[in-house]
Every structure is written in structure tokens, then in C-alpha cells.
Ligand binder design. Structure first.
Ligand code: AMP
Length: 328
């Protein structure tokens, strides 16, 4: 029996190199070994208010990006979360299994709600982890490939699945998080103490977008903040900028970190950055070429079929859950 693998990305803003290397690439590399699901987390996007027109565009853009990044609809079920209504109900049920303390301890919540005060924080930001719990449990998921920032949410999923199974009888499969050893937290090129996000405070100079103009992307890598040690060495504590670039190169090419260090021993940062820029630009160029070959009709057909197949499984799991609760 193939293992079930599932991941999702919020369609808010343009996808970054961090999204690709931290989550999508790990998924693509394993999609034929597993029963694979990937979804556009559009319900997660509305946890804070969004312009409906922009959201619609972002959703379409996100589906196209999955395909351009190598997600294969013959091997993977691709769907929009809002097309499978069971996500809402399952998220609702899982919210009621959760303590406020558990949600208050989520690092993402603490980070994003900082300084907003109780009146300023959207409830969506507080409860979205339980929606994610529902997303994972609906498909009897075994493996969830995500970046390091989402690890805690998968751990919450395990806790809630265990709690539910103990209270109401064996219902959910216990999922495992998959965090790749390299590239699980791609850092901002201008501030290598922060994660690379879809938007940053410095005109996005520290973020590489997958649809970015190749020349702009090259400039961003060439002007990435490093240090004055002039040594290409993987040392996240003392050389976070250089270590981040080594991770990017290693993850794209599959070359071992030690081999990269050896190849660039005694060489300057300029030469090293040029190689990183070359490999990143090649990657972006491949993704962008594939993106241009896609049409709205193709995307529609793929997600309509995907939703139909996803719904079949989601409906069964939700029915089983409701039965366990006495709601059948
Ligand atoms: P999000 O864009 O927050 O919906 O994240 C979608 C997926 O990309 C999640 O699995 C994240 O963990 C992953 N991700 C986002 N940013 C990064 C990053 N800078 N480095 C590694 N993974 C990331």
C-alpha cells in the first residue's frame, strides 16, 4: 500500500524560492512513490480579509505554479480547498477538540499577533491551525512535507488525532511531518536572521519570487548579505547569510554541502554567489517556461477532476468522524 502524502500552500501573494525549496520540491520528488494530494489553501487565505478579485487571481496563479514546479496531475490529486466543503466542517470539529492554551502557544500565532492586542488580532489567525489539522486528517495522511515553520502545526495534528482516537475510538491515521534536512528554512537574503517570506519590509530585496524577472533575481543573489570572513563554510550561527546560499545551492543541485565547501575553498564570495545565481536563474527560467505553456481551461479541468477525487475520500472520513461523535 502506498503511503498518503499531502501538502498545501496559501494563495496569498506570489510563491517564493522558500516555498519551492521548503515544501513543493520535497513533494514533487516523492509524488510517484505516494498517493499524493496537493491543495491550494484558499480557506486559509481568508483568515484575514482579502480583496476577492486578487484572491481569485492568486488561486489560479498558485495552481499554475504547482504545475510549473513539476506537480504532475497524472500522479497527484490537485484541488482547491474550498471546492471540498468537508474541510470547513472537519476544521470546525477539530477546533472543538482544542484548548485555547494549545493555540496560544503556536509560534506562528505569537509571531504574527505581536503588538496587535486582543482587539487587533483576527480570530482566523488564532484558529487556522485547527483548520490545518482537519486538512491533514481528512485524507488519512501519512506524510506531510512542510517547511520548519509548519512543524508545530503537524505536531498539533498528532496530538489532536490521538486525543480524538482515545475519546471516541480509533478514527484518524497518525501523520508524520517530513522536514527536509536541507532547505527547510530559506532565509531572507537581506536579513538572514528572518525567514524568506512572500513579503518583507525591505522592498522584497531579500525575497526571490518564482515568477521574478531573471535579471532581478540575479541581482538579489549577488547583493545578498554575507559576512567579512571570506570563507564559504556552512556555519548557520556565525555565517547565516553564506550558509543560506549554500543551502539554496545544495537543495537545487543535490550536491553535498561538504562538496560545495571543498569546491569553493580559497575562492571569493563573488565567484560563489555567481554560481548560486546561475543555478537559481536556471531553475526560475524552467519554471517560468512551463508556466507560460498553461491555459485557464487546463487548470480548470485539472482542479475540477482533483476536487471530485478528493471529495470522495474527504466525505468518507468526515462521515466516520461524525459517526464516532454520535452525529451520524
Ligand atoms: P505558506 O506560504 O506560509 O502557505 O507556506 C507554504 C509552505 O512553504 C509551507 O510548508 C511552509 O513551511 C513552506 N515555506 C514557506 N516559506 C518557507 C521558507 N522561507 N523556507 C522553507 N519553507 C518555507
Amino acid at each position: 500500500m502506498k503511503k498518503v502524502m499531502l501538502t498545501g500552500v496559501r494563495p496569498s501573494g506570489n510563491l517564493t524560492l522558500g516555498n519551492y525549496l521548503g515544501a513543493i520540491k520535497n513533494f514533487v520528488d516523492r509524488q510517484d512513490k505516494c498517493k499524493s494530494y496537493i491543495f491550494i489553501a484558499d480557506l486559509h487565505a481568508i483568515t484575514s480579509p482579502k480583496d476577492p478579485k486578487l484572491l481569485k487571481e492568486s488561486v489560479e496563479n498558485c495552481i499554475a505554479m504547482y504545475l510549473a514546479c513539476g506537480v504532475d496531475p497524472k500522479k497527484t490529486i490537485i484541488f482547491k480547498q474550498s471546492d471540498v466543503l468537508e474541510h470547513g466542517t472537519m476544521g470546525f470539529i477539530m477546533t472543538f477538540q482544542t484548548k485555547m492554551g494549545e493555540l496560544s502557544r503556536m509560534t506562528q500565532f505569537k509571531h504574527k499577533s505581536q503588538g496587535l492586542g486582543k482587539e487587533g488580532v483576527d480570530t482566523g489567525l488564532f484558529v487556522y491551525p485547527t483548520l490545518m489539522v482537519g486538512d491533514i486528517l481528512l485524507y488519512n495522511t501519512n506524510i506531510v512535507p512542510v517547511g520548519k515553520d509548519q512543524q508545530q502545526h503537524v505536531e498539533l495534528t498528532r496530538d489532536l488525532a490521538e486525543r480524538f482516537n482515545k475519546r471516541y475510538g480509533e478514527t484518524f491515521v497518525m501523520p508524520d511531518v517530513y522536514i527536509a534536512p536541507i532547505g527547510n528554512k530559506i532565509l531572507n537574503l537581506q536579513n538572514p536572521l528572518e525567514k524568506m517570506n512572500k513579503s518583507d519590509s525591505g522592498d522584497n530585496r531579500g525575497t526571490i519570487f518564482l515568477m521574478e524577472d531573471i535579471n532581478v533575481a540575479r541581482k538579489k543573489i549577488m547583493s545578498a548579505v554575507t559576512d567579512n570572513l571570506n570563507c564559504v563554510r556552512f556555519d548557520e550561527e556565525n555565517q547565516p547569510g553564506i550558509s543560506n546560499l549554500i543551502s539554496i545551492l545544495a537543495k537545487i543541485t543535490g550536491e553535498e554541502i561538504a562538496s560545495i565547501e571543498r569546491r569553493f575553498s580559497g575562492k571569493g564570495y563573488g565567484e560563489f554567489k555567481r554560481e548560486v545565481a546561475d543555478r537559481v536563474c536556471e531553475l526560475l527560467s524552467e519554471i517560468q517556461t512551463r508556466y507560460k505553456g498553461l491555459s485557464s481551461e487546463m487548470l480548470d479541468a485539472i482542479t475540477t477532476d482533483g476536487a471530485k477525487r478528493a471529495r470522495r475520500v474527504a466525505r468518507q472520513t468526515l462521515a466516520k468522524t461524525c459517526k464516532a461523535l454520535g452525529l451520524d
